[in-house]
Design a protein around this ligand. Sequence first.
Ligand code: 5GP
Ligand code: ZN
Length: 146
Amino acid sequence: MNKLDDNCIFCKIIKNEIPSITVYEDDQVKAFLDISQVTPGHTLVIPKTHVENIFEYNDKLAAAVFAKIPMIAKAIKSSNPDIKGMNICQNNGALAYQSVMHSHIHLVPRYSNDDGFSMTWADNTNNYTSEQLQTIANAIKDNVEE
Ligand code: 5GP
Ligand code: ZN
């Protein structure tokens, strides 16, 4: 049973109360063009149930949503011979740049180095000992709940 939130803009898109330009949908997933079109073809994939972020997914919902990402990515790539690559991102939490609190996955086709999309990654390779890395890994391992 899909649960929707009356105050959520993406739930309104699912209900067609707000128009969107859809590229794919099924019972559990909807993919539509992001209004901001960071690059041409920029697409959002959303579950048709209101979950705020990745921390609210269970295995079943994840299987329904993430299984469709390669198919939609391939369709976007095939739609335009100028597409040379693709960034797939999911922002979780305001600190991580999430602005719409209905989970979504961005598919951003890439055309060139200056096509409007960029990411900055710090390189802290030399700042950790293997013991420090093992401590971090152990803390994560201890919290895996299958
Ligand atoms: P976030 O910053 O949460 O990762 O991404 C939210 C995305 O939703 C933004 O890229 C923004 O352009 C897009 N967006 C916000 N409102 C609408 C809307 O009404 N329609 C569509 N198609 N996209 C929207
Ligand atoms: Zn929602």
